[in-house]
Design a protein around this ligand. Structure first.
Ligand SMILES: [Zn+2]
Length: 232
């Protein structure tokens, strides 16, 4: 799919964290589904003209999902969470991907293969350091950018009212790494503050009535997670 800008009637407010500390370096970024040059530019703090020049792009329409872009002289990705003013999001559901690896690009592909033409069913993905992403990197899915229903919790009206967040990995087998945990807490606290979501409406997939699943995994640190988000 070619570069696209969000529909004009949707405008987002953005919450951004400072860039990570450390020496600037070059990295390769795999373009995610529905990801724009503007967004890539802001998460790496490298201007769009520079990214276009070093990648020999003459036109933003040349940006394609899955393309590997050289990002010069960056301290790495920083969290950048678009927030859309709306009252529809009253719940958050936490998932794990139950896969060892993944990025928004690969999960978007998997979900399209399942016949979900709108791609990745989750709104947000917390990466685990595989598929060229940094551990704790927050990716934003196309459904969130277009403010569409999710495809992550099929019970009742959950896909309409709940923001779906998945952590990459299988937490029925292992614990959640600290960097991913910190990013998840930051993302959830940002969303719950903006949308005024009560803590009782922030649940694991397994706690949705009727869901027969262990998701987000028996080793997901649920008590610690609830304790940390409650502090905000
Ligand atoms: Zn799930």
């Amino acid at each position: 799919m070619a570069f696209q800008t969000p529909p004009h009637h949707i405008s987002a407010i953005t919450t951004v964290l400072p860039a990570p500390s450390g020496a600037p370096h070059d990295i390769y970024h795999e373009v995610g589904p529905y990801e724009t040059l503007w967004r890539i530019s802001t998460i790496y703090s490298v201007d769009m003209a520079t990214i276009m020049k070093v990648n020999h792009l003459t036109d933003k329409t040349q940006l394609k999902k899955g393309m590997k872009l050289l990002i010069p002289n960056t301290r790495g990705p920083r969290a950048n969470i678009p927030l859309f003013p709306t009252t529809r999001w009253t719940h958050i559901v936490i998932h794990h991907t139950a896969t060892d690896q993944g990025s928004a690009f690969t999960i978007d592909g998997l979900h399209q293969q399942r016949g979900w033409e709108n791609g990745m069913g989750y709104d947000f993905l917390i990466d685990n350091g595989t598929r060229g992403k940094t551990s704790g990197q927050i990716e934003v899915g196309p459904r969130w950018m277009k403010q569409m229903d999710g495809a992550h919790t099929k019970q009742g009206d959950w896909n309409k009212k709940a923001i779906g967040i998945a952590v990459v990995g299988n937490y029925s087998e292992t614990g959640l790494p600290d960097k991913m945990f910190d990013s998840l807490v930051f993302l959830v606290v940002t969303l719950k503050g903006f949308y005024r979501i009560p803590d009782k409406n922030i649940v694991g997939h397994r706690d949705v009535p009727g869901a027969a699943t262990e998701c987000p995994g028996k080793f997901f640190p649920w008590n610690e997670f609830k304790r940390r988000i409650k502090a905000f």
